[in-house]
Design a protein around this ligand. Sequence first.
Ligand code: S3P
Length: 674
Amino acid sequence: MSPVRSPLVVRGAIRVPGDKSMSHRALILAAMTNGSTRIRDILVSADVYATAGALRAMGVDMPALSADFVVHGRGLSSFHSPESALDCGNSGTTTRLLAGLVAGLEGRVARFEGDASLSRRPMGRVAVPLREMGARIEFERPDRHDSLPMRVTGGALTAITCENTQASAQVKGAVLLAALASGAGVTVREPYRSRDHTERMLTARGVHLIVTADGVTMPPAQRLAAVDVEVPADPSSATFLVALAALATAGVLRLEQVCLNPTRTGAFEVLERMGVRIDREEVRTVGGEPIGTLVVSPAALCATSIGGADIPRCIDELPILACVAACAVGETWITGAGELRVKESDRIRSVVDNLRQLGVEVHELPDGMRITGTQAALTGHVLTHGDHRIAMAFGVLAAMPDNRITIDDPGCVSVSYPTFWRDLAAAVDHTAVDRTAGDRNAGDRNAGRPSPLVIAIDGPAASGKSSTAQWVAQQLNVHHVDSGAFYRALTLVALESQVLPDQWTPDEVMALAPRITWRLTDRSVLPLVDGHVRDDAMRDTPVTRHVSRVAQMAAVRHWVNEQVRSAGSATDVVVDGRDIGTAVFPTAALKVFLVADPWERARRRLIQRLGRRPNDPEIAEETEALVARDALDAAQSAPARDAITIDTTTVTQEEQVERIVALARAARERRQGP
Ligand code: S3P
């Protein structure tokens, strides 16, 4: 007999962020066009920033990415060879599409670099056709003949017929962009049609293409017209929430404005085969792409087989489909998906290893896997290998109330879906869960597990927020988030950029933000710079001197708040900082506002700064400075209406921590119900 599952109720309407594939292409085509392109709802994520940054480095006047901006393209003549290597981060699409573009720009040379994951991925697949067309492609590592770093030298290209054996949209896109840039014609043939955004966007810009069942031909000497872009919601990102709804026990979830291009909807069809009901509403065409709202409700899930022509249409969604299959009745087979081995991680190995150690029976195949679904609760720690789609796939399983799953690197979702943890939490109807859990399973503490616990600690300057929060987090055995560390990390990269601090603009500083990600350590949420811990440099005097300049920028504050929210949606946290209980976590389980007499705050701050007991005139001077600062901060530092104010003037830090820990434990008990 299968165990009774605790209730998971989904609700509401969510528009997931813009489509990643279209976002890259929108930027590249806008830069290649002579004219202005307005781009709306682009995906603002690390991968897309990599493309924007690379285009900037080649001379394109690319503004900071936002929900609505205009690229004033100056055509192909505006591109020059970048002075230093193009940093493609984690993004295969950036690398391959831009390798194509540079290959078609005669006389331009660019060196491509990436992070450890991207540096393991095969680039020979673009090198082969681009060389055949006449470009020069060199790989620098003697031990690996087709991986980054890669040097591309553009040439006067000639027409070829490219046999795209892997049905790769990145290869097809690279070859089309190379041909377009050099005025050559080209034919690309593929065994199955890969996603066709490049073709649709080129057609919309007046480029003549001949599309047949087995490929596409582009005649030579084509011009690009300027066409505005509205990027629809990414179907690959939407699939995680569709899967959550499929795995729920009740409710309905609406996913709005999702791109329904038939080369991208394979995962929805696989889920329908497994029994999920997905209604498509308000379907219309925008910018040559069908878009619509998906209405999804839970289902009794059965196993299926995924292979052949399905694969290119759901390649990015296979990790989450495998996780859904782990909860379906029967054996699901995934075959013909060898490509998964060369994605951001070896996704066959990552999925198999993680499912297996959660207790699922799964068999690894060279080109896929066989999964035997189970109704049992899953428990364990997931290793993402820094792969965003592995983090999100297992994040969905972690949201199921009976499962006890932790994820090593939830911050890596910033590659394609920075607001994932928040959207995941928003899709669950916690009030309905609490009610049903109470009715059905009174006494079962695990029933209807609520979203992560957030304890918010706020207060004026020098009120001891940070040290208190750190201590409280330690006592509660949850993660500490120091929002100030994000400001410091961003200040550090700004200081390391070419621009002098007094010339920093919010746009310039924000253009650096994608270099900051975060990772969970045992105790805290740690901001990383380019994937590395830079704690010492972040605490150093130059950063301390300039951090307030960065922290005053509204766009930066918004960005830091997003990072902190994202961490607080992924794991239980104690967060300290300004606005935490009001703007950042208005629904935190416990909000504490620390206050203390200005004289006492001044005294404590000076002891910390000077390492000795200050004298009265020193304290008086510092008090004056603090009072002035309080007046400036007044608007930002107001306590939330439901905050508990603790006056720490006459209590020791130990007593104050003890009190907050007791309040936090009570808040946790309340959330877990009877
Ligand atoms: C993409 C194509 C696919 C996909 C990737 C994005 C694109 O890769 O997996 O996430 O935007 O062209 P391949 O072209 O390697 O199949």
